[in-house]
Design a protein around this ligand. Sequence first.
Ligand SMILES: NC(=O)C1=CN([C@@H]2O[C@H](COP(=O)(O)OP(=O)(O)OC[C@H]3O[C@@H](n4cnc5c(N)ncnc54)[C@H](OP(=O)(O)O)[C@@H]3O)[C@@H](O)[C@H]2O)[C@H](O)CC1
Ligand SMILES: [K+]
Length: 226
Amino acid sequence: MRAVEQAAIASGRVTGLELMERAGRAVADVITERRLGTSNDTNPTARALVICGPGNNGGDGFVVARLLHIRGWQVDVFLYGDPDTLPPDAKVNHDLWSVLGPVHPLASFPAFCEPLAPLPFDLLVDAAFGIGLTRPLPQEFRTVFTHLSSGELARSCVAIDIPSGLCADTGTVLRPAADPAGRWPAAEGLACKADLTVTFHTAKPGHLTGDGPRYCGTVIVKDIGL
Ligand SMILES: NC(=O)C1=CN([C@@H]2O[C@H](COP(=O)(O)OP(=O)(O)OC[C@H]3O[C@@H](n4cnc5c(N)ncnc54)[C@H](OP(=O)(O)O)[C@@H]3O)[C@@H](O)[C@H]2O)[C@H](O)CC1
Ligand SMILES: [K+]
């Protein structure tokens, strides 16, 4: 996937930023088409929670946040990592989102959640990690994904590219050294359990093998012109 992306960028046919915009738009279009937000008289504004990571998967998340905001959603964005160390394309989209709303540090998530009624969000968008995950999720994400698994955070979840915590090559959940035998239950939030995964260009092995099917939910492959 990286080779395909780099070749397309190297050819000058497309830039990384354009690919990121297309990816984010593809995700936002799926959300709109499947009406994943319930805008009705009791809930006039659909609410989305976007969790961004430190890489380009997070960059996709900032694009989705901006597009959902423009489409009338109420969007809350959290970032794990320092905005100033985001890759260039992700930083551009971080800055574009920041004109529309705040970027909360993920560490502030528990305090943010405290006063909220149960099920405050229609949708959680998992933009933490994509194909660049190299080790088990940090604790901050496990807190979010544990709440998600217990159904007390959002009505549904869309993962961008691959559910975070899952290796895109093998479909296995990356488990901390403390749990080599994989005894910790899914509820430990070791990976994001999504209802829908939107991936780009082609499905990855991790969508189809190992824990993939259990964590990805429905997998939708979108063409981003690669
Ligand atoms: N032009 C493009 O490349 C496009 C990419 N798309 C999207 O981008 C992601 C792949 O982006 P990438 O930045 O390569 O990877 P991730 O976003 O998955 O994250 C990598 C960063 O995360 C750090 N990392 C990895 N594992 C952990 C962890 N367990 N805890 C903390 N941090 C972690 C990693 O740091 P390192 O220390 O490992 O270097 C990186 O900083 C792809 O999935 C798409 O969503 C667009 O969609 C299309 C264009
Ligand atoms: K993801």
